[in-house]
Ligand binder design. Structure first.
Ligand code: G6Q
Length: 532
């Protein structure tokens, strides 16, 4: 019997597993299924698991050589096999002083050099030493980027709002829909606005279109040579940055071993560093580094990313779950689900294994979420009573950064109650005892047995926030290894980059003959007839 047979057999033997009973029969269940690490407490006891499930899942991880895979990633081996690249976002937050080698070269001097350059620049902008072309202090930073060059810093800037300098406003423009840049520019004054064009390739259509619009807006009011005072670039592509007219002195580099969606720790975080300051940015890196060490060294029985990865893979592969919800009970984390959508779904939304063979099992789940308690008043209905199994991660800080009267106790009461309700449900006897009419019993019944993890964080700080994001990065890594897929390429995303380039000239030129299917042809014809 293979481990997969064992896991399948275990899943079918757990068909009648009941969480409510499991808790009633086992006073020690929480003790056995929770982990504390620094300011984190992960309660994973409200999952459809028992000791044997966990030990089989750990055996699966061993058979997939997860320990070796972790070593390979951290040591700079070309873990991204399709693109022949190392996967070293962990080097960006390596605070150990140890070298990290890629192709026989220590990357740490370059990493620390860019951090220094970001430090000087962000200090200069924050203090007013760096001024615009007319000598005025910068008040608005506009990060222009998309996908990995937007979601990370945008989400982090939101999450760490409490630590930000309120005299500098941060804007994130990503969509090629002109509304995005237009509405942001309406809030800005060219004399006091600094644009950070963030693009690994510096060829992304959306970003370059927005950057050119921003440049035209600036030059319309100020002179052409104002560009050097109002535009900086974050990229791996010096040539394209120069072509755009940005002085390489005002360029912050990163490297092809940093994947887009793993790049918020790099110079892609420049807007964030300007917002929260260098010291807070370093604290965020330190938190991520602490999680990196935990991931590398903690036993699998106590390893947060490993436990989360195993449980998620159990639901996806053996319990029939197709989706998964991340529900932060913290308004500052309101962009976390959107960020994790990319991190998880772009990394593990793969249909072939590392050898290019179609997979015969489920890989990454569909991820969604909203902050609690807002989500409770909308889609939680489906999680409680719908026909799908949707495992949930609740995330909540014990201390609020805005302790206002009873708000935070109410918030925490909600998150705890939701986990309990999903687990226990509500049965006929309980409803009858409440005096519910017989005809309404089926509608008011909650089957329960619906799983959740609860992550309590003492408080959201740059450090704990760094830990949190690194934890999810590594969870996704664990699942990629279990499923034998490459979590670090994204050919599906690249398709989009190519397709529109073909259609655009056809939209603009009525004379071009169309050779698509008749639906696509008709849509193009309708648009060009009405627009041009
Ligand atoms: C991330 C993806 C993708 C990428 C964007 C932006 O992992 O590759 O989201 O970050 O397409 O790419 P550029 O940074 O090259 O503009």
């Amino acid at each position: 019997m293979s481990i997969y047979d064992d896991l399948r057999a275990k899943a079918s033997s757990m068909k009648n597993f009941n969480l409510r009973q499991a808790f009633e029969q086992d006073a020690d269940r929480f003790n056995r299924f929770h982990v504390e690490f620094e300011d984190f407490l992960l309660d994973y006891s409200k999952n459809l698991i028992d000791d044997e499930t966990m030990s089989l899942l750990r055996k699966w991880a061993e058979e997939r050589h997860l320990k070796d895979a972790i070593k390979q990633m951290f040591s700079g081996e070309k873990f991204n096999s399709t693109e022949g690249r190392a996967v070293l976002h962990t080097a960006l937050r390596n605070r150990s002083g140890n070298p990290i080698m890629v192709d026989d070269k220590d990357v740490m001097p370059d990493v620390l050099g860019v951090l220094d350059k970001m430090h000087n620049f962000s200090d200069a902008v924050r203090s007013g030493k760096w001024v615009g072309a007319t000598g005025k202090k910068i008040t608005d930073i506009v990060n222009i980027g998309i996908g990995g060059s937007d979601l990370g810093p945008c989400m982090a800037a939101n999450a760490l709002t409490a630590y930000r300098d309120r005299n500098i406003r941060l804007h994130f423009v990503s969509n090629v829909d002109g509304t995005d840049i237009a509405e942001n520019l309406k809030q800005c004054d060219p004399e006091t606005t600094l644009f950070i064009v963030s693009s690994k390739t510096f060829t992304t259509q959306e970003t370059m279109t927005n950057a050119n619009t921003a440049r035209a807006w600036l030059v319309d009011t100020l002179e052409e040579d104002a560009v050097s005072k109002h535009f900086v670039a974050v990229s791996t592509n010096t040539e394209e940055v120069q072509k755009f007219g940005i002085n390489p002195d005002n360029m912050f580099v990163f490297w092809n071993w940093v994947g887009g969606r793993y790049s918020m720790w790099s110079a892609i975080g420049l807007s964030l560093m300007i917002g929260i300051g260098y010291d807070n940015f370093i604290k965020m890196l330190e938190g991520a580094h602490a999680m990196d060490k935990h991931f590398q060294n903690a036993d699998f029985t106590e390893n947060l990313p490993v436990i989360l990865g195993l449980i998620g893979a159990w639901y996806a592969g053996y319990m029939g779950a197709e989706s998964y919800a991340v529900l932060p009970y913290d308004q500052y984390l309101n962009r976390l689900p959107a960020y994790l959508q990319q991190l998880d779904m772009e990394s593990n939304g793969k249909g072939v294994d590392r050898d290019g063979k179609p997979v015969t099992y489920s890989t990454g789940p569909i991820l969604f979420g909203e902050p609690g308690t807002n989500g409770q008043h909308s889609f939680y209905q489906l999680i409680h009573q719908g026909s799908h199994l949707i495992p949930v991660d609740f995330i909540a800080p014990i201390h609020s950064l805005n302790e206002t009267d009873k708000h935070h106790d109410i918030l925490l009461a909600n998150v705890v109650a939701q986990g309990e309700a999903l687990m226990r449900g509500k049965n006929r006897e309980e409803l009858l005892a409440e005096g519910v009419e017989e005809r309404l019993i089926p509608f008011k019944t909650f089957t329960g047995n619906r799983p959740s993890n609860t992550l309590l964080i003492d408080k959201i700080t740059p450090y704990t926030f760094g830990m949190l994001i690194a934890m999810y990065e590594h969870k996704i890594f664990v699942q990629g290894v279990l499923w034998n897929i490459n979590s670090f390429d994204q050919f599906g995303v690249e398709l989009g980059k190519q397709l529109a380039k073909k259609v655009l000239p056809e939209l603009l030129d009525k004379k071009q003959s169309l050779k698509h299917d008749n639906s696509t042809n008709a849509l193009i014809e309708k648009i060009r007839k009405n627009r041009h």
